[in-house]
Design a protein around this ligand. Structure first.
Ligand code: MTE
Ligand code: MO
Length: 320
């Protein structure tokens, strides 16, 4: 990642505080609190807080104990202040500027090789699925990792609603395209919108999760609200955020990072410590919040559940 800023990912950006932003935020809060105390313009105080999320009552969802971890969870605050979301900038401090992301109304277009193309609103979709909490590992291709309590539902439940044709071979995911909402999309050398893809078999695997919440609440905007993908055995860029379109196709989708730099990022991107990225090793990872690096595991620790998907393909380019 950070193709244009070679070693950006090695700098511990989360340690640097953009002071101007913090001062700015404090003065906004100060104005709101002052208004509230004087009883004059309470709307200002409201504007400084989060809008109410219509799905809030669905959280926390029951934890599914089949998906637990041998590691501590990454602290919510740390996780929420160290994100990749290029629609909002190329650094990790996305949380300081995601306010422009409007998550309601939010419709997801379902099209391509399906019985009938349709659009579905996020709250309508949430009524048709059963939410559960799962503890997952996340491994970014930049060699850092975290552990997250996601809330969501298996992608296969959405596929059952979408009714793809038997001839569909891949699922393609698309993030919103709206430079007003995601000003990073004004950087015209990136191949917007963000696109990702999976084979039907990968999409139907029980581990493949559509995520709508984290830490027992609806997704914070920087995590890719209101709905994102998480494919825990693949490098993090596969897990597209803020999805507005899901298409079924018989052509392998060309993803965002592959369009930008095919020699470094491909379609498969399965985690493998033995296969280095062209510019750095993938043998170990920085565990967010820990001082010691940890060894990276084959398929990010999920080999038992997914290795079968790639039987006979081991020698092929399925590792980046
Ligand atoms: N739309 C979109 N999805 C995205 C990205 C992005 O820039 N835009 N970054 C990806 C990368 S590289 C990673 S590591 C994860 C980061 O998820 P997190 O911020 O919740 O940790 O989101 C992935 N999904
Ligand atoms: Mo990533």
């Amino acid at each position: 990642m950070h193709y244009f800023r070679r070693k950006g990912w090695e700098i511990s950006e989360r340690e640097a505080t953009p002071e101007a932003l913090f001062l700015d935020r404090r003065s906004v809060l100060g104005a709101g609190a002052g208004a509230l105390l004087s009883g004059l313009t309470p709307t200002i105080a409201l504007a400084a807080t989060e809008e109410a999320d219509p799905s809030a009552a669905l959280y926390p969802a029951k934890r599914n104990d089949a998906f637990t971890l041998d590691r501590e969870l990454t602290a919510e605050k740390l996780n929420g202040q160290y994100n990749n979301f290029y629609e909002f900038g190329t650094d990790k401090r996305i949380f300081t500027r995601v306010d422009t992301l409007k998550t309601r109304p939010w419709t997801i277009k379902i099209d391509g090789m399906v019985e009938k193309a349709r659009e579905i609103g996020i709250d309508d979709l949430l009524k048709q699925v059963q939410l559960e909490e799962r503890l997952y590992r996340h491994r970014c291709v930049e060699a850092w990792s975290m552990t997250v309590p996601w809330t969501g539902f298996p992608l296969k439940a959405l596929i059952a609603i979408a009714k793809p044709l038997a001839s569909a071979k891949y699922v393609r995911f698309e993030t919103f395209l709206d430079p007003k909402m995601g000003p990073g999309q004004k950087l015209s050398w990136y191949p917007w919108p963000y696109v990702e893809g999976l084979t039907m078999a990968e999409a139907m695997n029980d581990l493949t999760l559509m995520v709508t919440g984290a830490y027992g609440k609806p997704l914070a905007k920087q995590f890719g609200a209101p709905i994102r993908l998480h494919v825990p055995w693949k490098y993090g860029f596969k897990s597209a955020k803020s999805i507005t379109r899901i298409s079924f196709t018989d052509e392998q989708p060309k993803n965002f990072w592959q369009s930008l730099q095919a020699s470094e990022y491909g379609f498969w991107a399965n985690v493998n410590p033995a296969v280095a990225h062209p510019r750095w090793s993938q043998a170990t990872e920085e565990v967010l919040g820990k001082s010691e690096r940890a060894p990276t595991l084959l398929f990010n620790g999920y080999a038992e559940q997914v290795a079968d998907l790639y039987k006979g393909m081991e020698g092929q380019k399925i590792w980046f």
